[in-house]
Design a protein around this ligand. Structure first.
Ligand code: NDP
Length: 315
């Protein structure tokens, strides 16, 4: 395979695959760099009930598998590598993989998505993978008949808590306010679940654990009620952090316009970035909707924008 392509897509979630579908059907032979988490965030989701076309819902990983097969059918190719550097200052554009290989392209579509945020506690880092997790679907299985806590008050926290009740004996949602950001239907579902309990106005100060024979494990959390300042402990075996996401745009810092959090800024009603020929779609540029279907929608827009750009420069 030559290292020059008309279209390079960075990222393989619903945005990247939809961009690939449209550019492949336009005969532009797109290359998709699938990155560190092929399939993106839906790979760590269970049931997706709000993606149109699936009357009874579909599992996230299955949806992504179908999307990948669909784009490959039209000639898009996947490369299972991570992009570490880009140069958009000259044409063709250059991008580099983590093993140092340079690829060039006429147009680049950025669909790098977002990653789960963490609390930033030293003990969270210490016990990550040993009782602390940011992905219930990946790790819930390890907490059969145990007590776990979920941190956060958004839809992710509600969804993770509901999922964890399939494994854990009890799930405690710890939220720093007494109002929830999550949608009403998700809160209602969590509140109706007899295995889920809520602790509000509370933050985690420390994750407690032990180390025996070189094996680390979580034994509880130290919490503080923000209204009373009262500190206490809850014993649990698992801590699931579900407090939102950060866009995966670090490699574009100083190159592409982004907001203070790192979301790429695109021109109104298009996916154009500040560099002509570079387009951004999905959660990397959307801090507001952040849905699989809106990511797919902006992926489609970026493909059409890229196609029109290529027509313009080649005419
Ligand atoms: P959100 O940004 O919606 O919620 C993050 C939650 O974490 C908030 O309750 C926030 O508290 C809390 N939080 C943030 N930082 C900290 C911190 N340092 N310490 C303690 N708590 C913290 O993120 P989500 O990931 O929940 O959802 C993102 C988007 O994805 C939303 O639009 C959501 O609707 C969507 N989504 C939809 C799903 C579905 O429909 N099936 C499933 C999952 C997500 P506070 O409220 O006080 O700011």
């Amino acid at each position: 395979m030559s290292n020059h392509h008309k279209v390079i897509i960075i990222g393989s979630g619903p945005a990247g695959f939809t961009a690939a579908l449209y550019t492949a059907r336009a005969n532009l032979k797109p290359i998709i760099f699938e990155g560190n988490q092929p399939g993106g965030q839906l790979m760590i989701t269970t049931e997706v009930e709000n993606y149109p076309g699936f009357e009874h819902g579909i599992q996230g990983p299955e949806l992504m598998d179908v999307m990948r097969k669909q784009v490959h059918r039209f000639g898009a190719e996947s490369i299972y590598k991570y992009i570490v550097k880009v140069d958009f200052s000259k044409k063709p554009f250059s991008i580099w993989t983590d093993d140092g290989v340079e690829y060039t392209c006429d147009t680049c579509i950025i669909a790098t998505g977002a990653t789960a945020k963490l609390l930033g506690l030293e003990t969270e880092n210490k016990f990550m993978g040993y009782g602390v997790s940011a992905c219930a679907t990946c790790d819930g299985f390890f907490f059969k008949n145990q007590r776990v806590v979920v941190v956060g008050g958004g839809d992710t926290a509600m969804e993770e808590a509901n999922y964890l009740t399939h494994h854990a004996s009890e799930v405690i949602i710890i939220h720093r306010r007494d109002e929830f950001r999550a949608s009403k239907i998700m809160i209602d579902r969590a509140k109706k679940n007899p295995k889920i309990k809520f602790v509000t106005d509370t933050v985690i100060e420390e994750i407690l654990g032990k180390e025996e024979d070189g094996r680390k494990s979580v034994t509880g959390i130290k919490i503080k009620n923000l209204k009373t300042n009262e500190e206490s402990e809850i014993s649990c075996e698992g801590v699931f952090v579900a407090i939102g996401h950060k866009p995966n745009t670090d490699i574009f810092k100083g190159i592409l316009d982004m907001d203070e959090v790192g979301y790429l800024i695109t021109k109104k009603s298009t996916t154009e970035t500040n560099i002509e020929g570079v387009f951004a779609c999905g959660d990397a540029q959307d801090s507001y909707y952040r849905q699989a279907v809106t990511a797919a929608g902006t992926g489609c827009m970026s493909a059409i924008d890229a196609e029109r750009y290529l027509e313009k420069i080649n005419s």
